[in-house]
Design a protein around this ligand. Structure first.
Ligand code: ZN
Length: 284
């Protein structure tokens, strides 16, 4: 055996012997930055992906690369529900994607019959096209929130596009209500640090805690079951007042009286999102 090979064997043996009996050091913890959360939609805390379907999102335009602080906690900036109080069992019904000329009116009629106020997160271009329906929503005392101008995924836009989606919708709402809206619900519930930093300047970002999944074309009974399963005091319930699978939301309309009856039976009071958050129950 050559001296070189003998040396290698001896060194190897020495290494093995000196490590015997010593615990192996744990692998060093990863110290690099946390994975970027940029452009990753945050879903509401519901079991299935929380998405709203309509209208089809605009073609994806990738925004510039963002530096996201690893410590930035997106969920801290989003409201999913109000306080969970058993003394005041409050619940907020919310209707997205309207107004339209078909279903929004039917929903307004049902809410009026029951003397209930709700919150409508409107798409700016729909609000501009259906100002008469907007006026009906407003005069009935419902709250209006911003749901972007064209239902784009706001996390996919550059700064200018993002600001236009929010600002143009604010302007059309303010032109009808004479006051700025303080609520924003991003389409699909999707937010990024960039979206939050701009939206938070003048809005509270509001998603939902209960997804009725009404837009999927599911039966009236399934819609009701989805709500029964998740509803708690302080819940924000997601429904729609326009769109739906193949443009059909008739099950949402049919389910609404059943949902209201169930919630009333269980002692819930219906309030707008702003009143839910502030635990304010106006006289109705
Ligand atoms: Zn939507």
């Amino acid at each position: 055996m050559q001296p070189k090979i003998i040396t290698i064997i001896m060194l190897t043996l020495l290494l093995v012997l000196t490590s015997c009996g010593h615990p192996v050091d744990p692998a060093p913890a990863a110290v690099g930055p946390a994975p970027s959360v940029e452009n990753q939609p945050i879903e509401a805390p519901t079991p299935v992906s929380a998405t709203a379907p309509t209208p089809t999102p605009a073609p994806v335009v990738m925004g510039p690369a963002l530096t996201v602080s690893p410590a930035y906690n997106i969920k801290e900036h989003v409201t999913y529900s109000g306080a969970r109080s058993n003394q005041k069992k409050l619940v907020a019904l919310t209707f997205d994607d309207g107004p339209d000329s078909k279903y929004t009116d039917q929903i307004l009629n049902l809410l009026k019959k029951q003397n209930i106020t709700a919150t409508f997160f409107v798409i700016g271009e729909h609000a501009a096209a259906h100002k008469d329906v907007m006026k009906r929503i407003i005069s009935a005392g419902h709250e209006i929130g911003n749901h972007s101008w064209s239902h784009s995924d706001l996390t996919k836009l550059d700064e200018q596009q993002l600001e236009a989606e929010i600002d143009k919708t604010d302007e059309v709402i303010q032109s009808l209500t004479n006051q700025p809206t303080t609520l924003l619900r991003p389409p699909y519930g999707a937010v990024s640090q960039q979206v939050i930093e701009y939206a938070e300047k003048s809005h509270k970002i509001v998603n939902w805690s209960v997804d009725s999944r009404d837009w999927e074309g599911i039966s009236t009974d399934r819609i009701l079951q989805n709500i029964k399963k998740e509803v708690r005091p302080g819940a924000i319930i997601l429904q729609h007042s326009a769109g739906g699978k193949n443009g059909n939301l008739s099950n949402t309309v049919q389910a609404l009286p059943l949902i209201i009856a169930y919630l009333k039976e269980h002692g819930y009071q219906f309030v707008t999102v702003s009143n839910l958050i502030s635990q304010n129950v106006p006289n109705q």
